[in-house]
Write a protein that binds this ligand. Structure first.
Ligand SMILES: N[C@@H](CCC(=O)N[C@@H](CS)C(=O)NCC(=O)O)C(=O)O
Length: 200
């Protein structure tokens, strides 16, 4: 299989982590895609031009980290991230999708910041910075609860990726003044799969 990624994409990072966590590294080739470039040859592979994108052994392509992670997780018929119990655990799922929402906002902020300074929208930047702070408060109140403890699930990975991305892209340390989130993040950032996929 081939997994198309960019080094900075949080969603591609999630898929790469699942590849590692599921022991699929010898089955999945990681390929750097050229995104956001006119006439990129990558558009012949994935017309949407987004990453992550997985081409399976039969040559079928699929995009979106949710679909790709679910597919990879179920390859061995022993789903760990998308098990039947997870799929009906609404408390857990609410947290997973809140973490994704937080990540979406930080990704928007990051995208805005790579634009030339005179093209950046201060309104968008302020909106996303405020959202990130609210979501960090939300998780400060929840990371000690049972669903966010125990073996890492997609909710854990998505939140950890989001917090690391905020730090890396200059949005600041969302764990500052949030002791529970800071302690939780220390454990997450130490995971070998998190370390091995850390953006350059
Ligand atoms: N919902 C998608 C989001 C994917 C996404 O936004 N990917 C970005 C990188 S973080 C991308 O490929 N952007 C390139 C483009 O928009 O052309 C997922 O979870 O995979």
């Amino acid at each position: 299989m081939k997994l198309y990624v960019t080094p900075g994409s949080p969603y591609a990072r999630l898929a790469r982590i699942v590849v590692i966590e599921k022991g699929l590294e010898d089955r999945v080739e990681i390929i750097a895609a050229k995104t956001r470039a006119p006439d990129s040859p990558y558009y012949q592979i994935n017309p949407s031009g987004r990453v992550p994108y997985l081409v399976d052994d039969a040559g079928a392509g699929m995009e979106d980290s949710q679909l790709i992670c679910a597919y990879l997780d179920r390859l061995d018929d022993k789903p760990r991230f998308h098990s039947a119990s997870h799929a009906s655990d609404w408390t857990y799922l609410r947290l997973e999708f809140a973490a994704r929402s937080m990540c979406d906002g930080i990704a928007v902020w990051g995208r805005e910041m790579v634009r030339p300074e005179n093209e950046r929208s201060p309104t968008t930047l302020a909106h996303e910075a405020a959202r990130a702070q609210r979501m960090a408060d939300f998780f400060e109140d929840r990371v000690s609860d049972p669903p966010m403890q125990g073996p890492p699930g997609i909710a854990h990975l998505m939140l950890a990726i989001a917090v690391e991305m905020a730090r890396k892209r200059g949005l600041g340390d969302l764990t500052a003044g949030r002791q529970r989130l800071a302690n939780w993040m220390r454990r997450m950032s130490d995971l070998p799969s998190m370390r091995r996929t850390a953006p350059p």
